[in-house]
Design a protein around this ligand. Structure first.
Ligand code: FE2
Length: 338
């Protein structure tokens, strides 16, 4: 399989911080006009794609650590099963979604492949590190676009180390407070999954429990505080103090938290943004500081404008992701790496 690096409009370039963002590879597949031929050719392409990834596995993982995200286009992947097989060739450990404390509603397709978020198309999922609002989170994410007959629906990506460096220049006190105090997140979870919300996962599913007693036991173990709500069914939880800035193994510091998504988007029938986040000591996070962080993150974002068959690998420690609203039919699947 012939593969080359390409550039796309809007791609970022950080000379002192790893070059192109994201790195983009395109496979060259020769089209054929014979339809029966075409099916066989596509199957061959998937075999070649898996072989190419297996051969370049180590350099791809290295490139991911440097660039933060790699987008693959034209590799001929069509189905959830092919996506699953392709993920297998990277030989990375799976992170099981069922056991995570994420608040998004998702549906599994295979053991490790699931729908990215079941929230309605009009809902924006704002930039976030996957599960940074919980003590347990994946190291990397795979995305795969199965179907792309939509307008909108891009996946914005933003480098958190670059964002933190810029934020430090213009809001040093805010960055210092984030580092010193950490953050707490609060979220009211429903008894049943709420498909109208981007964070509507039920407390039973989130905590993998069947009843209130088991929920309380699990939360105690995690260091959360909680409050049963007046309706007798929903559960409000607050995390222990979590870091808002983290240092990676290579020394890079990142704005690794859920502040932007929580501040902009944690609004539904049970939640409001102002009540969702605070510094670790309970003090209020200044909305003017958050507005600066949000504007900078938007400037630094690259939008993956999905084409069917695209897949991407994203370093969850280094890069935030989100989902633009859309109209039409969009199916993007995801898989998490432990
Ligand atoms: Fe996410």
């Amino acid at each position: 399989m012939q593969v080359r690096q390409i550039t796309l409009e809007g791609q970022q370039n950080y000379d002192s911080a790893g070059g192109a963002f994201p790195l983009i590879y395109s496979a060259l597949v020769t089209p054929t006009s014979d339809p029966s031929h075409s099916a066989n050719q596509l199957a061959d392409t998937v075999v070649s794609a898996k072989r190419w990834i297996a051969e370049n596995r180590e350099s791809l993982i290295q490139a991911l650590a440097q660039h933060g995200a790699v987008l693959f286009r034209g590799f001929g992947i069509r189905t959830d099963l092919e996506f699953d097989e392709l993920i297998g060739t990277f030989e990375l450990p799976n992170f099981t979604y069922q056991e995570s404390l994420s608040n998004a509603v998702r549906r599994n397709r295979t053991e490790r492949v699931f729908t990215a978020n079941e929230a309605p198309p009009s809902v924006s999922i704002f930039l976030h590190h996957e599960m940074a609002q919980t003590p347990v989170y994946p190291s990397k994410l795979f995305f795969f676009c199965e179907h792309a007959e939509m307008t909108g629906g891009a996946t914005p990506l933003c480098r958190s180390d670059v964002l933190l460096a810029k934020l430090l220049e213009v809001r040093p006190h805010f960055v210092a407070a984030c580092e010193r105090l950490g953050v707490r997140y609060s979220n009211t979870m429903p008894y049943e999954d709420d498909l109208a919300s981007g964070q509507g996962r039920s407390w039973r599913s989130t905590l993998s429990v069947a009843d209130a007693a088991a929920a309380e036991e699990k939360l105690t173990g995690l260091g959360y505080s909680w409050q049963w709500q007046e309706d007798g069914q929903s559960l409000r939880v607050t995390t222990p103090c979590l870091p808002a800035v983290r240092a990676l193994e290579d020394g890079r510091k990142v704005f690794f938290n859920q502040l932007i998504a929580a501040f902009r988007g944690w609004k539904d029938a049970r939640n409001s943004a102002e009540k969702s986040i605070s510094f670790g000591d309970g003090s209020v996070i200044d909305s003017a500081d958050m507005a600066v962080a949000i504007a900078l993150a938007d400037e630094l974002s690259f939008d993956i404008q999905w084409q069917a068959g695209d897949f991407a690998l994203v370093d969850n420690f280094l890069v935030m992701h989100g989902r633009r609203p859309f109209e039409g039919e969009r199916r993007v699947l995801a898989s998490l790496v432990g």
